[in-house]
Design a protein around this ligand. Structure first.
Ligand code: GLA
Length: 399
């Protein structure tokens, strides 16, 4: 007897069958996860180190091929639905396309990489909170890219696919994000964190001790969009700091090469805001390396302390935190079973990630949700995730 489809995929197929093609039974299903970033805040676009895990939630795309060159895009929970001609995809993003901008951006990017797109109908849905710092955008783009390659019966290596996701966001959507999210969502391995050197482009799968540690994500309920300008502002500050420091040290390859000596001797080159940003990067770079080494060797106390320190640096130097995120991080420090807590993703709201000793999940939820609601008159939601695998096509029967 075939396994029952999870209700979400069932709903996607039903929508495809009702609105597009009654043969939706033959449709294929693709999945791309979200991610949490354990260490390395805003380090990808400065050539630093990051340490994310993919999570077991993300974006699902049910796709079926068409005979013509048209592309239809529908989302279970977002407007608008779009119908476009693949031979003349829009050349610039448009607010009227809404979430569809991510899909169009990445499809343009994979076509530039030589994938010959085929007409297709896509219905999209997911179980990831949107705009919460869990990489809902990269997850959406990647799931669409994977579906497009699948329908076109063409393979693209995972890293190139990830690069296309980034290009789509950088060049089409207009967010200057780095490789953290696309790499994590594309290259992750279940039960592992992914240590990425964003300057060299190298990756290492570091085993994550799933039996002894739990990943708790607390959603503040505050939403932000990376297109609102604050994210790009940080990227701009970092590139302008690098440009100024290079006047004295032209050998600096990226901001991650800056250390305390440069900061001492280069003060006159930086204004107080840029100095704070550089301080964050110069501390976060060695912290992320030390944290990854601690995870590798099973020194979970040191790993947790690095996560706490990263939050402090985000709050003090990078100024991407807010009272809600700080409250959750501070609460974590009072709880003996929490090894470390920090904001995850871009900040300015969204989620925190906390590492807990396995078995303390309910205690953590109780210690955070109700007191948070009392303090902020707003609901926070705690979720528990395991370190999941990267994007993939789901088995037609088991999906
Ligand atoms: C967002 C961006 C990433 C990264 C993080 C901050 O998620 O998309 O590229 O910069 O913020 O670490």
């Amino acid at each position: 007897m075939p396994l029952t489809l999870p209700p979400l995929i069932d709903a996607l197929r039903q929508r495809l069958a009702e609105e597009v093609s009654p043969e939706a039974g033959a449709a294929r299903t693709f999945f791309a996860p979200g991610r949490v970033n354990l260490l390395g805040a805003h380090q990808d676009y400065v050539g630093g180190f990051v340490l994310p895990c993919a999570i077991d939630r993300g974006t699902y795309v049910v796709a079926s091929a068409r005979e013509d060159a048209r592309l239809t895009l529908r989302s279970l929970d977002r407007e608008p639905a779009l119908e476009l001609d693949l031979r003349s995809l829009p050349g610039a993003s448009d607010a009227r396309f809404g979430w569809g901008n991510y899909a169009i951006g990445v499809l343009r990017a994979i076509r530039e990489e030589g994938i010959e797109l085929r007409g297709m109908d896509l219905v999209i849905g997911g179980d990831l909170p949107i705009g919460a710092g869990l990489s809902s955008s990269a997850s959406l783009s990647l799931a669409c890219a994977l579906a497009a390659c699948g329908i076109a019966e063409q393979e693209m290596p995972r890293r190139r696919l990830a690069e296309c996701v980034r290009r789509g966001e950088n060049e089409f959507v207009g967010v200057r994000c780095g490789i953290l999210d696309p790499y994590a969502c594309s290259l992750a391995r279940a039960g592992h964190a992914l240590f990425i050197d964003c300057l060299e482009g190298t990756i290492e799968h570091v085993p994550f001790p799933t039996e002894s540690l739990s990943i708790a994500v607390c959603d503040t309920g505050l939403r932000r969009s990376l297109t609102d300008g604050r994210f790009n502002q940080r990227v701009g500050e970092c590139s302008s700091a690098l440009e100024r420091l290079r006047q004295r040290w032209p050998e600096l390859r990226a901001l991650r090469d800056v250390d305390t000596r440069h900061l001492e001797l280069g003060r006159d080159l930086l204004d107080p805001v840029l100095e704070k940003r550089v301080r964050h990067v110069s501390e976060e770079t060695p912290r992320c390396r030390r944290g990854a080494a601690a995870l590798r060797s099973g020194d979970l106390e040191t790993f947790g302390a690095a996560i706490d320190a990263s939050h402090e640096s985000c709050r003090r130097w990078y100024e991407i935190s807010c009272p809600e995120l700080d409250w959750i991080a501070d609460r974590g420090r009072e709880l003996p079973f929490v090894l470390g807590t920090r904001l995850t993703g871009a900040g300015f709201g969204g989620c925190t990630v906390a590492l807990l000793r396995a078995g303390s999940e309910l205690e953590y939820r109780e210690a955070v949700e109700a007191p948070y609601a009392a303090r902020f008159q707003r609901r926070a939601t705690v979720h528990f995730f395991s370190a999941g695998a990267g994007a993939r096509e789901l088995d037609p029967i088991a999906s």
